[in-house]
Unconditional design. Structure first.
Length: 338
């Protein structure tokens, strides 16, 4: 009898004992072992925690989510990304500054009115700009991602190695985020490339710019207040200046503009513009600015852009993206304040 009890106890203990090596999908993976040692050495992680997480990891699985009427994937109508990339701004604008996105943006601003008031007071960032970014990135939270974040980041790091250096960095930050904020690393979901929350920020952005605005003092990508505030803090830290101009339309002679260099880092002054008969449509105090050309079907649209426009491009380094955020924010503001 005593021998049977002893064997039962040994069996129970063996079930409760934590594994000392990674099992499952990443078993015997030398790069995973090196990564675990790196995390222990640099960030003082517990080996047992990392072994447990990697042992439960698997090949990325896509989960079904509620679809919005426009069947948007990452802000772009399904099957249209290549089409938009090779088109002028008009078609790009039709997707991102559409009537339904403006309408839902107004609802979003009103829903989080109290939160936005606090954010604007503390971070000095325009609520309509933050709303427009979220509207483009996740359709105001309708599409936050269908993939298990840890599994996709680990897969791109150790299995699909085309951009392994980038994903290794994001995996490191993802684990730091989950470890520090006491989040279950295996439960969070995001995009196929690891972007999280309604602002679709990568993990390192939550480490650098993440803030808690829901009262629990934890930075949680799946918390809308935290995600909204983190988007605002990102812009704040990148140099957003409240009340300063973003972009101003300019007039010129003709239908196509090739007189000066556009969509580059080159800066101009008003004297440069007047010399070639370019007239800004609004007055402004800034001494230097850049020129942006938006290609339309029958003409080129010319814009003067300022520091805040550059900040928008830090979120996504695309001139069309930044301009779409600006235009969507303008439309939401007009509708919300009328």
């Amino acid at each position: 009898m005593n021998k049977i009890i002893f064997l039962i106890l040994i069996f129970i203990i063996s079930l409760q004992a934590k594994p000392t090596q990674v099992t499952g999908y990443y078993a015997n993976n030398k790069e995973v072992k090196r990564f675990i040692n790196y995390m222990i050495r640099k960030h003082n992680f517990k080996r047992s925690y990392l072994i447990e997480v990697f042992s439960k990891a698997r090949k990325p699985v896509k989960f079904k989510v509620k679809r919005v009427k426009r069947r948007v994937v990452g802000g772009v109508a399904k099957g249209k990304k290549h089409w938009l990339r090779n088109s002028g701004y008009t078609k790009f604008e039709k997707s991102f500054v559409a009537e339904d996105r403006v309408r839902e943006g107004v609802k979003f601003v009103k829903r989080y009115k109290t939160l936005f008031n606090k954010i604007e007071k503390k971070l000095k960032v325009d609520k309509y700009i933050v709303t427009a970014i979220i509207g483009i990135e996740s359709y105001y939270g309708e599409i936050k991602g269908q993939w298990e974040a840890f599994n996709t980041l680990a897969y791109h790091t150790f299995k699909d190695k085309r951009r392994s250096k980038l994903f290794r960095y994001e995996l490191e930050n993802y684990l730091l985020l989950c470890y520090r904020q006491k989040l279950n690393a295996l439960l969070l979901k995001g995009s196929y490339y690891g972007a999280l929350g309604i602002g679709q920020l990568l993990p390192h952005n939550y480490i650098q710019y993440g803030v808690s605005f829901d009262g629990n003092k934890r930075i949680e990508p799946f918390s809308n207040p935290d995600s909204i505030a983190t988007v605002a803090n990102f812009l704040h830290k990148k140099g957003w200046k409240k009340g300063k101009p973003i972009a101003i339309r300019a007039s010129y002679d003709g239908m196509r503009f090739n007189t000066l260099k556009t969509n580059t880092r080159k800066k101009y002054t008003l004297d440069d513009l007047y010399f070639v008969d370019i007239l800004p449509r609004k007055k402004f105090k800034e001494k230097r600015f850049k020129l942006v050309k938006l290609k339309r079907a029958e003409y080129d649209e010319l814009w003067l852009t300022f520091k805040n426009f550059d900040v928008l491009k830090r979120y996504n380094n695309s001139t069309y993206y930044a301009m779409a955020v600006f235009h969507l924010a303008q439309e939401i503001k007009k509708r919300a304040e009328r």
